[in-house]
Design a protein around this ligand. Structure first.
Ligand SMILES: [Zn+2]
Length: 262
């Protein structure tokens, strides 16, 4: 199987690129489409560390949630960390595919997985992109009954493997209708207000969005950008391995959250 065939048979149906947002940079971003693919690594982000891991482990294709080459480049040299990283990948024949916002929104995408995982029912998209399937940006759903923020946040923390969670709202505030937007999704807060959600689970956002939420009586549950997206990259590796037993597939083990707390 070559990269083009792998994209067509798995990645495109899994996260159709027509669901990607206009500003995004998605699809095969580095590499030759006719290259044979035997070993695949998934990761949240291609960093110098995860790129080196892919080179050391002789990976053919990295499926990274976040794109490389997100900003236009006019030179590719080893004078910048990004340039050195890309040259390392090119010299070792490692391709990179990034589904990014298509993976956020897909029918079995990251936001859907979070919504299901924290126990929401009647899950819908916050903003529908495909009328036929109802799939789109973010998710919104309901808990089976109104639940105190402190109890629901504990459930969210469990889903994300016990990570630290930042909260906006009072511990005893009741939440019933919950929206989900993974990653740095503060710009979607207007959609959340329009949808009249009591709570929003998102990766991270800015101080002013905290204040906006507080003023509008929306509680925020913030497990961090890394936690809200990395789990799905791990799940993706398992799903590729199940679908193609002949491939060698793993999630990056070099990748770690860049932030820690004292
Ligand atoms: Zn992200």
């Amino acid at each position: 199987m070559n990269i083009a065939q792998f994209i067509e048979s798995f990645l495109e149906p899994f996260a159709p690129l027509k669901l990607a947002e206009d500003w995004d940079n998605v699809g095969l971003l580095l590499g030759r489409r006719n290259k044979t693919v035997k070993r695949i690594m998934t990761c949240l982000t291609v960093t110098p560390q995860s790129a080196q891991e892919a080179v050391d482990k002789r990976v053919d294709l990295i499926v990274s949630h976040h794109p490389v080459l997100f900003r236009a480049v006019k030179r590719l040299t080893d004078e910048t960390p990004e340039g050195a990283m890309l040259l390392n990948l090119i010299e070792h024949n490692v391709a990179v595919y990034a589904p990014h916002s298509a993976f956020d929104s897909a029918i079995n995408g990251i936001n859907q997985r979070i919504a299901k995982g924290v126990g929401l029912k009647k899950i819908k998209s916050l903003q529908v992109l495909d009328e036929q399937t109802g799939v789109g940006i973010g998710r919104i759903g309901q808990l089976s009954k109104p639940t105190k923020l402190k109890d629901f946040a504990a459930k969210v923390r469990d889903f994300f493997g016990g990570v630290d969670i930042d909260l906006v709202g009072k511990p005893d505030d009741l939440v019933h209708t919950v929206a989900v937007t993974c990653g740095a999704a503060g710009s979607l807060f207007d959609l959340v207000k329009q949808a009249r959600a009591d709570a929003l689970i998102l990766g991270e956002t800015m101080f002013h969005t905290f204040l906006d939420a507080q003023a509008n009586g929306v509680t925020l549950i913030l497990p961090g950008h890394y936690a809200t997206e990395r789990f799905a990259c791990k799940a993706l590796a398992e799903e590729i391995a199940q679908t193609f037993p002949e491939l060698d597939v793993f999630a990056s083990s070099a990748e770690k959250p860049p932030v820690w707390r004292l």
